[in-house]
Design a protein around this ligand. Structure first.
Ligand SMILES: Cc1cc2nc3c(=O)[nH]c(=O)nc-3n(C[C@H](O)[C@H](O)[C@H](O)COP(=O)(O)OP(=O)(O)OC[C@H]3O[C@@H](n4cnc5c(N)ncnc54)[C@H](O)[C@@H]3O)c2cc1C
Length: 560
């Protein structure tokens, strides 16, 4: 079928119609109703993305009982490992109630108690959780459409048009055979809201395929903190269901409570130390690891049964039926979730390319807000959706207020060059399929001893697999438009894995979630630094940036 070429233009183009993209669109329109906004979503806006896939819990701060500074101190010392942007974290806590009230106003269902307040559950000395019903993105889509936002579903953004460090728009293509349109979309401001990189391992995280990160990299945007993209969660071997907070109840084959080997207190959330503990027991012959909640400990999966969420309830019941069928015992193994989210942004969520913004899971670590942890949950359950809302609001306000001029035109030659590269796998007579490349990347990223409990020799082994994947990816062949998208996603996974290992080899210390067997200590002398990766004329370059901790309230401990 012939390719249809279509030119569109708008003031603000948003790539990705998950919670972050929808919030940015709505906030931008509320602040500047004259803006012409288009959302381009490769799945279906309202149903795509992750916010509707499971938890729906949101971090809640009791700001009548704690101050934002209390939480910041705790976070910097216990979670963020002195790498977090303290200004941004303070702002996130300060805006907590404002963000929740906005979601409520936009029609998202927030369970309430008998007094009419948000129904909340304390989760630690500084945080509580509240929840939202899982149709939140459908509610946000309605809100966006009411405000006149245009939405293109089943269309994927493939590359950004940038000239002299300034955005001019993006290229996108329909993944529907009957449509087969290639779009050239001119816009003076573009937001990347395409989520993180999850390497297609965990089924529920499958939508995080890093294509926005890859497109930003190709366009020359800087990446920051790519080595913090290796989140793993304990899952049950039967159902593969994740066990949130299960790290507190880990027992080995000798029935020893091995959680005690890495912490003497209940942790806010899983750390890489739990994954290391699993690995050490397995290689020492004291595995497998199982969970034992004890007689009066409630499995946390039961906890949010208390929330009244009519839409989410059906989803929970289906899951429960499934887990009841398969979970005969409580043996657990780590599952790589991934969550690389490394597009570098400033406090307006603007990348290093003028007019190009990145929000939510695309830039969580790149914003430095969470510090030395992959994101989300960044050892803070409920910070994923809320960070996307936070970033969407900051970005929406910034784009609404920006003084822009019409972008420089995207030429016919540029469009044709992009078409040539984009559709190359469809034209190839022979080649490998996307699955072969993806499997190699999964082999390189999934073993905990490669990507979580790291060591130089093991990372070099993993890199050999990534190199093979890179070589294969030069010859990808697609059979249809969906397969073409899978080819592009496979290329993005190769890039993410390359960035992960390049940066992880460079960071010669352990900090937060980042754990190296050969450099087990936190090194504040040499490593209060961010690793920056950038595409310079097709070559992946690495540099470092000092963490500007001197200007922030909480200082790292001085060397004894
Ligand atoms: C199982 C599960 C449970 C979770 N539970 C919680 C929880 O309880 N609390 C919490 O706070 N967080 C939770 N999270 C995390 C939270 O859902 C995410 O942090 C949040 O949804 C991120 O929003 P986002 O808009 O940045 O990205 P996403 O939700 O990933 O949305 C990105 C969107 O971009 C689209 N897209 C991607 N690439 C392209 C492209 N090239 N062109 C066009 N569109 C594209 C995708 O299809 C998707 O719709 C959970 C996540 C999962 C998977």
């Amino acid at each position: 079928m012939d390719l249809n070429k279509k030119n569109l233009s708008c003031d603000l183009l948003i790539a990705g119609g998950g919670i972050g993209g929808l919030v940015a669109a709505v906030e931008a329109k509320e602040n500047n109703p004259d803006l012409d906004v288009i959302i381009v979503e490769k799945q279906v806006t309202g149903y795509g993305g992750k916010a509707n896939k499971g938890g729906g819990v949101l971090q809640y701060f009791q700001l009548d009982k704690i101050t934002p500074m209390d939480f910041l101190k705790f976070h910097v010392n216990e979670i963020g490992g002195y790498l977090g942007d303290q200004e941004l974290m303070l702002k996130y806590v300060e805006m907590n109630h404002e963000l929740l009230d906005k979601m409520d106003k936009w029609g998202i269902v927030m369970p309430r108690n008998e007094e009419g307040n948000y129904f909340m559950m304390p989760t630690g000395p500084f945080t509580c959780m509240i929840s939202v019903d899982l149709d939140l993105c459908i509610k946000m889509r309605r809100q966006a459409e009411k405000l006149g936002v245009r939405i293109l579903d089943k269309v994927t953004v493939t590359d950004f048009a940038v000239k002299d460090g300034v955005i001019r728009g993006a290229f996108a293509y329909s993944i529907l055979e009957e449509d087969n349109t290639f779009y050239t979309i001119s816009a003076s401001q573009v937001v990347i809201a395409t989520g993180s990189q999850n390497y297609r391992v965990g089924a529920m995280w499958s939508s995080g395929r890093g294509d926005g990160i890859a497109a930003a990299y190709r366009a020359g945007a800087e990446m920051r903190n790519p080595e913090f993209g290796n989140f793993s969660q304990l899952i049950r071997t039967g159902s593969h269901g994740e066990v949130v907070f299960g790290e507190n109840f880990m027992y080995n084959a000798k029935n020893e409570h091995v959680t005690k080997n890495f912490t003497d207190h209940r942790m806010t959330d899983i750390s890489s130390l739990a994954i290391r503990e699993w690995y050490v027991n397995m290689i020492n012959g004291t595995g497998p690891i199982h969970l034992d909640y004890g007689p009066d400990k409630r499995d946390v999966r039961a906890v949010n049964q208390d929330w009244q969420r009519p839409y989410g309830q059906r989803f929970r019941e289906c899951r429960q039926e499934f887990t009841n069928k398969f979970d005969n015992d409580l043996e657990v193994v780590p599952l790589l979730i991934g969550e690389q989210s490394c597009i570098k942004v400033d406090h307006d969520m603007q990348t290093t390319i003028k007019g190009l913004y990145a929000i939510g899971d695309a830039s969580y670590c790149g914003s430095c807000a969470p510090g030395a942890v992959p994101a989300p949950p960044a050892r803070n359950r409920g910070s994923g959706i809320l960070n996307a809302v936070f970033a969407g609001v900051l970005c929406g306000r910034a784009v609404a207020a920006a003084q822009t001029t019409a972008p420089a035109a995207i030429t016919e030659e540029e469009t044709d060059a992009c078409i040539e590269v984009t559709y190359a796998p469809l034209k190839r007579e022979e080649g490998c399929n996307a699955k072969e490349v993806i499997e190699l990347i999964q082999q390189a990223m999934c073993p905990s001893e490669y990507s979580v409990f790291m060591k130089l020799e093991r990372m070099e082994e993993a890199e050999k697999l990534v190199k093979q994947a890179r070589e294969l990816s030069a010859n990808l062949k697609a059979v249809d438009l969906h397969d073409l998208l899978a080819c592009h996603e496979a290329e993005a996974m190769v890039l993410s894995a390359e960035m992960h290992y390049l940066a992880s080899k460079e960071r010669k210390e352990s900090r937060g979630w980042f754990l190296r067997e050969d450099y087990p200590e936190m090194d504040n002398e040499n490593w209060l630094k961010y690793i920056i990766i950038k595409n310079v004329d097709g070559k992946m370059t690495l540099s470092t940036e000092d963490v500007p901790y001197e200007k922030w309230p909480i200082q790292p401990p001085k060397k004894a």
